[in-house]
Design a protein around this ligand. Structure first.
Ligand code: FAD
Length: 386
């Protein structure tokens, strides 16, 4: 039997590619290897399920077994690939050596925690970056048997979405971050402050412009020591301090990587023949967008390329919709620092336009009622990867 096309990773990138490949070729041998449960789920739903107390099984559209059957792929779950050899076109899993014809790395990105988590509090400190993580956090919340005091560290997209969701679920939420306002990488400060006001008015405690220096056991709780000398106690801590592309496998195999991900060209090809990457792990022609629309476009293009029609990927001006119902937010952050932000609005309803030196629109951010301008402004903005 010929060596299979092999996909590592069963997130939206890996399963999305498998689906796109099957839509054009029912027979080609394909193997999917994944370190997690292999369930087919939509990751964006993770930060909307806690308010509704949705059990993890309600978030999975299909089990790994159903994926394997429906998409006719050999699927190996809870299996970590240890090494890749690009010369012999093999990979290593434990003591096994498995051949591949083409290899696709869809290994995503891993949460980066910037402070040590002592053993004594490890059971109360979480990150949520996949369905298994959600399973653990959901169980810890349920074990409290009452609304919890939850400290969320990090006020980026993931931290803010979970903060809004947990507050809506009746928990006592504190949001801790070193920046002056929430969503610092997506919003200019006045709009971030508007989101902070909406959070506070709904009862959330904000601890901004402070960093966490240490976590310590405090009876049945966790004490967060903050760098302004204060301390915050919480039943559970959710750390949302950013994601780093999982490039270790690729790097050890000698592929070109950087902190931005595995370097691939517009055809999603890495620096060794037959090896490709997409999703959160891939830096495509200098851009690692780390959200769903770019990985869906990549899956479609790569399926065509692997099917024999080389197809470059391009990304449109696709704004990010932040799931904070307390104050809706849409943002298309400029890919380079703007000459100026032009900001209009009041009382939570803001339009901020990022302009180049010559006045051209290069990005925007919208809050409240102004989010309805999303389509009109996206039409006027430059593509992410033209
Ligand atoms: P992952 O989903 O991280 O998948 C990586 C896979 O690789 C996993 O299956 C893992 O087990 C496997 N793997 C890793 N290493 C190995 C190994 N050595 N061997 C075998 N398998 C391995 N984007 C939006 O566009 N809109 C949103 O509203 C939105 N909301 C989000 C909310 C949250 C809470 C989070 C965390 C992200 C959100 N995003 C959103 C971002 C979006 O979900 C991600 O960009 C996308 O899901 C990444 O998919 P992926 O397949 O590249 O990576």
């Amino acid at each position: 039997m010929s060596a299979p096309l092999t996909i590592i990773g069963s997130g939206m990138a890996g399963i999305g590619l498998l689906r796109a490949l099957r839509a054009q070729d029912a027979e080609r041998p394909i193997t999917l290897i994944t370190a997690d449960s292999g369930d087919d789920y939509s990751k964006p739903l993770l930060s909307t399920g806690l308010a509704k107390r949705l059990p993890p099984e309600r978030l999975a559209a299909r089990s790994a077994l159903q994926v394997a059957e429906q998409l006719h792929a050999v699927t190996r779950t809870h299996t970590r690939v240890d090494a890749i050899d690009t010369a012999s076109r093999t990979l290593t899993v434990g003591r096994e050596t498995l051949p591949w014809s083409e290899l696709v790395l869809a290994t995503g990105a891993a949460p980066a925690i910037p402070f040590p988590v002592p053993e004594a509090v490890a059971g109360r400190v979480f990150t949520i970056n996949d369905l298994d993580d959600y399973r653990d956090f959901h169980a810890a919340l349920a074990a409290l048997g009452r609304p919890g005091r939850i400290a969320i560290v990090g006020a980026g997209l993931v931290g803010c979405e979970f903060a809004n969701d947990l507050l809506a679920g009746g928990h006592e939420v504190s949001l801790v971050a070193p920046e002056a306002a929430p969503l610092p990488r997506l919003l200019p400060e006045p709009l971030g402050r508007a989101l902070g006001v909406a959070f506070e008015e709904a009862g959330m405690a904000l601890a901004l412009e402070v960093g966490v220096t240490a976590l310590e056991a405090a009876g049945n709780a966790v004490g967060l020591a903050l760098d302004d000398g204060s301390r915050l106690d919480a039943d559970l801590v959710l750390v949302a301090t950013g994601l780093a592309p999982r490039t270790a496998l690729a790097e050890a195999a000698g592929l070109a990587v950087s902190a931005a991900g595995i370097h691939v060209d517009r055809w999603l090809a890495a620096s060794a023949p037959g090896v490709y990457a997409l999703g959160d792990v891939a830096c495509v022609d200098g851009v690692n967008a780390m959200y769903v629309q770019p990985l869906q476009a990549s899956a479609k293009a790569l399926a065509r390329t692997l099917g024999g029609t080389p197809t470059p990927v391009s990304y449109g001006a696709w704004p990010v919709v932040v799931k904070t119902p307390l104050l809706p937010v849409v943002a298309l952050p400029p890919t380079r620092p703007p000459a100026r932000w032009r900001i209009e609005g009041e009382a939570g309803d803001f339009t901020a336009l990022a302009e180049a030196e010559d006045g051209r629109l290069i990005g925007f951010a919208l809050t409240g009622a102004c989010v309805r301008r999303k389509v009109e402004l996206a039409r006027a903005a430059p593509p992410l990867l033209g």
